[in-house]
Write a new protein. Structure first.
Length: 659
């Protein structure tokens, strides 16, 4: 019986291993006859190029892929277990973004630091990012939701700064190849150094396996059995941070393995924490090595980053498993990361928020900066002001309203604080449509808009079809969205890594280019935002009850599958209409609901309305700053809003954690 239970995993691992060996042998045979492999491995002839390639490139790359895949999967499963969140992975804690930012900054301002390679610089960036995450969550005793939110703050802020630098220095776009992961080697130094760096974590992982298994159930159970939740969680996060920092520094950002390998194991029935800790490294190593060897054998004109290749191979497998299998959901972790003393006068606070938004709109409309300096408008310039500045401000506010509502709905629907409109894959689908339009100039502006809407619509239809098969279960929906999003994001990364100038221009749109909005588009998106806001009371009861779980919801008379499907469709339509006009503003959908909760709003209608107003205010300010900071150049409002929001969220996080 035990053998039959493990048979699917055994067959999967054997299949992956056979594929990896077959493709590796094919690649090696192109450079060196098989009968000479043993000699080339032990004593390569320095005068024969084939033996040198085999000894110093092919074999180290194969072993490096195994090591990196195992390490990232181990780090991923540790983070997911101690934070009790299936979306958590090493990249969630900011290490990847920190490494990328450090390398970008060194390339511009201190290129001398890169003489010995990117590894030490990236390691320092990852370590600093991880330290910031721990510092932000320390007062809350490393509570899971606080750690996740702190990681998001660090990741988004570092990513926004890095994108800003790339837009100012176009040559940095070549870093996308390294940023998407590269396993290319010219000697054994990378493998040897990474193996030495990862060796010290083996013993802590063995010691922590049982305490982590207990902690993955609940803090109360761990305390009752004599374990210290704070100490165990801190040690596990520290180990995961070290693993992630070392691997990112060695090979760049390969983010999907740490997420996919543990989830595939859970889909195959391995729910026990000890089994996941033991088997996830094996499965992750095989997934990465087979993906790398397959794409290495393909006759492509350009290098395919290992991270993107892994996503393109792993995402379809994960989607197939989700559609085929279902797993039991554990009770969801609460999404409300901070408690308030009371819910007094939410209407009064909403009125204050609305007044603040109105004041910010007036400042944005009547204050500007040109070549000659600052200018302040009045009634005499009212028509010109509204014609030139009105559409972009209206589009920014309206897009933020729709994205914030969608983000709040998704977080409540999935009971996950990491959820955002990006989870649905709608933004990535629209981005792919826009990229297609960029490569077909004859489509024009309207054709590009149609292509974006078609991409968003295709993803929405696919997501609804897959989610329907799983009865819109939150965990299944969450993982489906992640798989779809990462698959589309991998395609975008491949095109960005190609360095094509047509793709580089899309960076502005992808970071919330509100200055591209026309009066007609602004009017359409504003009308849609008002309709979306007015429809909130219709879903109030569902939004209040669904986070309590399907059993309670059914007992209270809620049709769970229909309610989830309706809310998903509602949120998806809001995102699809918004993203096709002003680009993906997923950070608003992620952060605005957190801001609303940290300000004390709890009921669904009040929380989502406050999130909409907060997001709109942030986007209006960001749009104004994008217009005046670098005159005559324009900066994407979405990028600037991230730079504004992340420190604000960090401050609120520290303030609430201390109380």
């Amino acid at each position: 019986m035990t053998f039959r239970r493990h048979l699917p995993l055994i067959l999967l691992c054997l299949t992956l291993a056979a594929l990896a060996l077959a493709f590796a042998a094919r690649t090696a045979a192109l450079n060196l006859p098989p009968q000479e492999w043993l000699k080339a491995l032990s004593q390569p002839d320095p005068t024969r190029m084939g033996e040198l390639v085999f000894h110093y490139s092919l074999v180290p790359r194969l072993l490096l892929a195994l090591l990196v895949g195992a390490a990232l999967s181990l780090a991923g499963v540790l983070v997911q277990l101690v934070l009790r969140n299936p979306a958590a992975e090493p990249a969630t804690l900011g290490t990847s973004a920190g490494a990328f930012l450090a390398v970008s900054a060194a390339t511009i301002w201190a290129p001398g630091l890169l003489i010995g390679g990117k590894m030490l610089v990236a390691l320092a960036g990852s370590a600093i990012a991880g330290a910031l995450v721990l510092a932000l969550s320390w007062r809350a005793r490393l509570a899971p939701q606080v750690v996740l939110l702190a990681g998001l703050v660090v990741s988004l802020y570092a990513g926004a700064i890095n994108t800003f630098m790339i837009m100012l220095h176009g040559g940095l776009i070549k870093l996308f190849i390294w940023g998407s992961g590269s396993l290319a080697t010219q000697d054994w130094s990378t493998f040897n150094l990474l193996a030495l760096q990862l060796l010290p974590v083996v013993l802590p992982c063995l010691i922590l396996a049982r305490p982590i298994a207990i902690l993955s159930l609940s803090d109360e159970l761990a305390t009752g059995l004599g374990a210290n939740p704070w100490l165990v969680r801190g040690a596990a996060i520290a180990v995961a941070l070290w693993i992630a920092a070392a691997t990112v520094a060695a090979v760049g950002v390969i983010g999907f393995i740490g997420l996919a390998a543990p989830e595939i194991l859970r889909r195959m029935g391995y729910q026990r924490a000890e089994a996941q800790i033991l088997l996830a490294p094996l499965l992750g190593a095989l997934l990465l090595v087979v993906t790398d060897q397959i794409f290495l054998a393909l006759p492509t004109p350009t290098t395919i980053p290992a991270g993107a290749a892994t996503v393109l191979m792993g995402a379809p497998l994960l989607i197939w498993l989700i559609a085929r299998n279902r797993i039991a959901n554990r009770p969801p972790a609460p999404t409300l990361i901070a408690r308030t003393e009371d819910e007094a006068a939410p209407t009064r606070r909403l009125i204050w928020l609305l007044m603040a938004l109105g004041l910010l709109v007036l400042v944005a409309l009547f204050t500007g900066k040109g070549i000659g300096g600052w200018s302040f408008g009045g009634l005499s310039t009212l028509h010109e002001t509204f014609f030139w500045r009105g559409p972009r401000a209206l589009a920014a506010a309206s897009g933020a309203v729709m994205t914030a509502i969608a983000g709040g709905i998704i977080q409540r629907l999935t009971s996950n604080p990491l959820a955002s409109p990006e989870l649905l894959g709608i933004s990535s689908g629209a981005a792919c449509g826009a990229i297609v339009a960029a490569f077909v100039p004859s489509l024009g502006f309207l054709g590009g808009l149609g292509a974006s809407m078609a991409g968003a619509g295709l993803v929405l239809a696919w997501l609804m079809a897959l989610a329907w098969r799983t009865s819109f279960r939150p965990h299944d929906l969450f993982m489906l969205g992640i798989a779809i999003t990462t698959a589309f994001s991998a395609l975008v990364s491949l095109l960005l890594a190609s360095g094509d100038n047509r793709v580089f221009g899309l960076l502005r749109w992808m970071n919330g280019a509100t200055f591209l909005a026309t009066p007609m588009q602004a009017g359409i998106i504003a009308a849609t935002a008002l309709i979306g806001l007015a429809a909130l009371p219709l879903f109030r009861r569902w939004l209040a009850i669904l986070p309590l779980g399907p059993v309670v919801a059914r007992a209270l008379g809620v049709p769970v599958a229909r309610a989830r499907g309706s809310l998903l469709l509602y949120a998806s339509l809001l995102v699809a209409l918004s993203v096709t006009v002003i680009g993906p503003l997923s950070f608003v959908g992620l952060m605005a609901p957190h801001l609303a909760r940290l300000m004390g709003f709890r009921s669904p209608t009040a929380e989502l309305t406050a999130a909409a107003l907060s997001g709109a205010a942030l986007m209006v300010v960001a749009d104004w700053l994008g217009r005046v900071l670098m005159v005559p150049n324009q900066m994407p409002a979405g990028l600037l809003a991230t730079l504004i929001t992340a420190p604000l969220l960090a401050w609120l996080l520290l303030r609430r954690s201390s109380t």
